[in-house]
Design a protein around this ligand. Structure first.
Ligand code: GDP
Ligand code: MG
Length: 197
């Protein structure tokens, strides 16, 4: 598999089970602007498959893409954007919780973290939320092309200590949607997940 063949399926503000076929999900989440849509585009044949927002905090829907496996790739709404009201934040929380609750037994989760910075409080909040759900989880350090070795080391160190503290275990990969770094490895992880009974 050298790329995913993405087909936009539908957008939904709530995980709409009626419209979903019984496929597995690969969900992509992280702070707004961390590079979720860019990563999805990197993995896909059609480079502009996923919508890259010029307006952070705007994507309030779960964006489902059907791939050739078949499998759903899901671009999730970002978190940690400052200019979001409390009500919006609660809605977001509710949507994520119900989506995970419904599909945790057939989902692989990629949590994206910006390699240029240490893990942020909003990421820690998400780690705590995700801890209650059973799906396999992978951290992807993004924007590696723009991060110095020292920054990457600081990011990895803070990640390690947060994960140790909350008792979670995540595999870690690195990516750059600019250079294509991580593309092969991530496609392989997805293929392995799909092949696993
Ligand atoms: N240099 C660099 N820029 C990136 C990378 N990934 C995303 N970006 C940029 O970061 C911004 C936000 O990306 P986007 O994919 O929309 O983030 P999202 O909000 O998480 O979906 C855009 O301007 C992208 O071009 C990367 O790996 N390297
Ligand atoms: Mg996006």
């Amino acid at each position: 598999m050298d790329a995913l063949n993405l087909q936009i399926e539908f957008l939904s503000v709530k995980p709409d089970t009626l419209k979903l076929e019984p496929f597995r999900h690969v969900a992509v989440i992280g702070r707004s602007n961390v590079g979720k849509s860019s990563l999805i585009n990197m993995l896909s044949k059609r480079q502009q498959a996923a919508y890259i927002s010029s307006n952070p905090g705007k994507t309030r829907t779960l964006n489902f893409y059907k791939t050739q496996y078949p499998l759903y790739l899901v671009d999730m709404p970002g978190y940690g954007y400052a200019r979001v009201s409390k009500t919006e934040r609660e809605k977001w929380h509710h949507m994520i919780q119900s989506y995970f609750a419904l599909f945790q037994d057939r989902m692989l989760l990629f949590l994206l973290i910006d390699a240029r910075h240490p893990v942020q409080p909003a990421d820690i909040e998400f780690f705590l939320l995700a801890r209650s759900f059973s799906m396999p989880k992978i951290v992807c350090l993004t924007k590696i092309d723009q991060a110095g070795q020292k920054e990457i080391a600081i990011c990895r160190k803070s990640l390690k200590s947060v994960l140790a503290e909350i008792g979670s275990d995540y595999q870690v990969v690195e990516s750059s949607s600019k250079t294509g770094k991580g593309k092969k490895e991530i496609l392989k992880l997805i293929a392995e997940y799909q092949d696993n009974p």
